[in-house]
Design a protein around this ligand. Structure first.
Ligand SMILES: [Zn+2]
Length: 224
């Protein structure tokens, strides 16, 4: 990759880059931070430090236009298709692969409200204190799970936790819209707690179903 740069430097003008945001890695002329391809030589550019919104060419807002997100993602994905770079040099193929990965990460983060909310909070508030202690609702459901001895009890807890999570995500979005970072962080902690709880409920349900199976399963007794 570095060899290429030196080679191309010999016949390009390195001075024209000084007034630009960034320089093209290949022809060394000026390009913009957001440009995927150099406007001079057409080569794919390295992954630049952009936020996920800018990477997808979206306005930086907590509420996004999902249809627009899909359109941007699909056209960028097409532009970064590895097949397009198959006959290019190693440097270009490497940058294309990294751009593709960065695009996937941006898309995965923005399309899902919870991930987008978490990211939005991280973009805006680096000083938010980690919420201490356990959330009352999560603690209550946890206590209920401790006492659960039948799969249907687990299902009930999972349903409650699922509903609370959905409500939590709605409240999280509201808190982020009104820039109440502290509240948003507290809600995020609750949602995280509920998510962990759901995992535990699933685990508990599986083990309860396994221990209950031999006595209730008619097929097993018949075969024996
Ligand atoms: Zn260039």
């Amino acid at each position: 990759m570095d060899d290429n740069v030196i080679e191309f430097n010999e016949f390009t003008a390195p001075t024209s880059c000084t007034n630009s945001e960034v320089c093209c890695w290949l022809c060394q002329r000026g390009t913009s931070l957001r440009a995927l391809f150099c406007q001079h030589c057409g080569s794919i550019q390295p992954v630049r430090a952009l936020d996920h919104f800018s990477r997808l060419g979206l306005e930086r807002r907590i509420d996004i236009d999902s249809a627009l997100l899909e359109r941007r993602y699909n056209s960028l994905k097409k532009a970064l298709d590895p097949a397009r770079f198959a006959i290019r040099g190693l440097g270009e193929r490497g940058h294309a692969a990294k751009q593709y990965k960065a695009l996937e990460e941006a898309y995965d983060t923005l399309r899902e409200p919870l991930r987008r909310g978490r990211y939005w909070l991280a973009l805006h508030e680096r000083e938010v204190k980690e919420a201490e202690g356990s959330n009352p609702m999560v603690a209550e459901l946890r206590a209920e799970l401790e006492g659960a001895s039948l799969p249907p009890q687990c299902d009930r807890i999972a349903h409650k936790a699922g509903t609370a999570m959905e409500q939590g995500i709605v409240s999280l979005m509201q808190a982020l819209r009104s820039q109440n970072w502290q509240l948003a962080n507290a809600i995020l902690m609750e949602v995280d707690g509920l998510e962990n709880l759901m995992d535990d409920v699933r685990g508990r349900r599986t083990s309860l179903a396994l221990t209950a199976a031999p006595s209730s399963d008619e097929d097993v007794t018949r075969i024996k």
